[in-house]
Design a protein around this ligand. Structure first.
Ligand code: DX5
Ligand code: ZN
Length: 225
């Protein structure tokens, strides 16, 4: 059975002074909430960290999809799993031993995700898929919301999809960056089944309606509608 699409709105595009309310606005329509953690070292931008994730975790039941754009994820990532994150994704470019960290995350009770930034090829990581629950293919350069989708990144999605299917693995293929009504179909066609959307959800007049529309477009291309 094909899995249904996961829509994960990114709170990076929400009003940080009202985080709990912004998450409540997508309860019932979103599958996961995507939490972008940036440390101003791995990427030239700074967002939020573990104390805010711990507090926000208590304010909602939506599964947290934590995207760590930080250096030294071996040190920090397990804390997010312990805080109750459903999925914790760290960057390949920041980690010397992705398999060890993925095992640590699973041991701490979370799904383990590996992110591949714009300038990183995916081939060297395909053999790690059995240790992973999600692979996040950046469809922009990590660091900021509101950038334009890069369709040339979809070859990485196709490469991961082929390996996941051939080996019958249970790995979600997530895309992040510039996902909106005019780009989500190509990402779904390439084989993505989890979709991060910041601006397209929180920039919409009705975030819940925007999520439903994105899900419908993705599901149709995944052969589910
Ligand atoms: C940027 C973040 C994204 C960002 C996406 O590095 O990883 O999750 O919030 O924002 P949009 O959907 O606006 O491109
Ligand atoms: Zn992200």
């Amino acid at each position: 059975m094909k899995p249904s699409p996961i829509i994960a709105p990114s709170i990076l595009a929400s009003d940080f002074s009202r985080l709990a309310e912004e998450v409540h606005a997508i309860e019932g329509s979103a599958d996961w909430v995507h939490v972008d953690v940036m440390d101003n070292h791995f990427v030239p931008n700074l967002t939020l960290g573990l104390p805010i994730v711990q507090s926000l975790r208590k304010a909602t039941t939506i599964p947290f999809d934590v995207h760590l754009m930080i250096n030294d994820p071996q040190r920090w990532a397990p804390g997010y799993a312990e805080a109750g994150a459903y999925n914790v994704t760290f960057h390949a470019e920041a980690c010397d031993d992705p398999v060890a960290l993925a095992k640590d995350l699973r041991a701490a009770g979370a799904k383990a995700g590996l992110a591949i930034d714009r300038d990183t090829p995916v081939e060297p990581y395909l053999e790690l898929l059995p240790y992973l629950d999600t692979v996040l293919i950046m469809t922009i350069k990590a660091g900021f919301g509101g950038q334009s989708f890069l369709p040339e990144m979809l070859q990485k999605v196709r490469d991961v999809r082929r390996r996941v299917d051939v080996n019958e693995l249970e790995v979600r293929i997530e895309v992040d960056g510039g996902i909106a009504a005019n780009t989500i179909e190509q990402a779904a066609e390439a084989g993505a089944d989890a979709f991060v959307a910041g601006t397209a959800v929180y920039g919409a007049a009705d975030p819940a309606e925007a999520i439903r529309k994105l899900r419908g477009l993705a599901a149709a291309k995944m052969g589910l509608a």
